[in-house]
Design a protein around this ligand. Structure first.
Ligand SMILES: [Zn+2]
Ligand SMILES: [Zn+2]
Length: 236
């Protein structure tokens, strides 16, 4: 199953369910269900199409206060449920003119979904791995894995199998640690801390610009950072 399915489901869950919160001694309760309805042609029975959503959700790691639950198929012949193993003839989708027409509509819709999710979640043209990972964790958070770094590698440089090892050597064992321990913007990009009080004999405090400048770009297939970044310079 394509990796984007889990990433897209994760983004969908995070956009419609609140994140779980830690309140002193326990996690906030699960308050919602994520129900998947697959509208398609064919028999009202569970097929590989529905099962792939089971696996897509299993690896989505969305960490929201909702559980993924039932997956339904709905076709012009009726409906069926994956976990409950129930089925029926009502409700059903309205019949379509012809199978060929509906297949091409389905293919078009699937292509569109794939395009949208890779446009939302994939690296931009010439974007470097660090600018991409930083942009993604700013929006979606770190899930304590190299989720976005490995996604970048998979779609941009599948032969760069040493990427995780290389990031681990600079303390980047998950997406956010790349920036905690490994890399930072070069000094010319840092900006003074807003509202910081300055003593006469103290240098101004500088911090990362927010938002970061646009990626300076890398050549296709590279997993190197662009010229925005360098290895962190220890200041102690
Ligand atoms: Zn992290
Ligand atoms: Zn960059």
């Amino acid at each position: 199953m394509p990796r984007w399915t889990s990433d897209a489901l994760c983004a969908i869950a995070q956009s419609c369910a609140p994140a779980r919160a830690w309140s002193g001694n326990r996690w906030s309760p699960i308050t919602g269900d994520l129900v998947t309805v697959v509208c398609r042609e064919g028999e009202a029975a569970i097929t590989a199409t529905e099962v792939q959503f089971h696996w897509g959700w299993r690896y989505s790691n969305h960490l929201t206060s909702a559980f993924e639950s039932e997956v339904y198929a709905v076709t012009p012949h009726g409906w069926a449920s994956l976990y409950g193993q129930l089925s029926g003839t009502d409700p059903a989708l309205p019949p379509v003119l012809s199978l060929a027409a509906s297949n091409s509509i389905l293919e078009e819709a699937e292509g569109l979904v794939a395009q949208i999710s890779s446009a939302l979640l994939g690296p931009r043209v010439a974007e470097c791995v660090l600018c991409y990972v930083h942009r993604m964790i700013t929006e979606f958070g770190c899930d304590c894995r190299l989720r976005f770094a490995t996604h970048y590698r998979d779609v941009r440089a599948p032969r760069a199998t040493g990427l995780e090892r290389r990031l681990g050597r600079v303390g980047g064992y998950c997406d956010c640690e790349i920036f905690l321990n490994g890399y930072e913007p070069r000094p010319q990009y840092w900006v003074p801390v807003a509202g910081a009080e300055l003593d006469e004999d103290e240098e101004s405090d500088f911090t990362w610009p927010d938002p970061l400048p646009d990626c300076a770009g890398v050549r296709a297939g590279s997993t190197q950072p662009c010229s925005l970044w360098w290895r962190q310079q220890r200041r102690w």
